[in-house]
Ligand binder design. Sequence first.
Ligand SMILES: [Mg+2]
Length: 232
Amino acid sequence: MQRRSAPLWLFDLDNTLHNASHAIFPAINRNMNAFLARVLGDGETPADADTVNAIRQEYYQRYGVTMLGMVRHHGVSADEFLHEVHDFHDLSSMIRYERGLKKLLDRLPGKKILLTNAPRAYSGKVLRHMGLHKHFDAHIPVEAMRVHGQLQPKPSRPYLRKLLASYGVQAGDCILVEDSIDNLLAAKQEGLRTVWVTGYTPAHQRKRAAACADVKVQSVLQLAGQLHRLCS
Ligand SMILES: [Mg+2]
């Protein structure tokens, strides 16, 4: 059997490398709702919860991230949105992650890229807290995912194509490690190989996720036991 060349790994961050559902996502939710209520309000009274929820859902479904809808339709700057939504009182105390990630990353053959729909300031802090910042060849935050100058975060397929071309890698030699279904699906449709980190995926999405995952692992640490499937 012909050996594959060393893969290019794309790692998601939140709910892939650490447990964002524990404290970070709830805080992001509160911040985002407050931000949207203010922007969607009339200047004096913030918008009510139903209005905020409806808009959040609509933009999330349409664009993959709420931010893009706010940027395109409400004149909000991406930086302002990302900064306010990721403003935490004490981020370090909110991060929950498993030991053994450094060792795992060092064992993986090929380049490793952190590809996250979170902003650079936040994702850099989380990486450093976990001691992983030197274990990635590149860190691509949401601000850097652009096609023709336009923000195109995951699950953008044009951005994935651009990324692979910039590394000179065929889709089949690239592996996305992710918890989010839409991102796994986009990668699968582009011909990438996919690892679904199942630990934080809600029950109602599991069937769809299973359909677009080549390999599934409960925790990213279990990747070590799947290397023979992914890299040979
Ligand atoms: Mg994620």
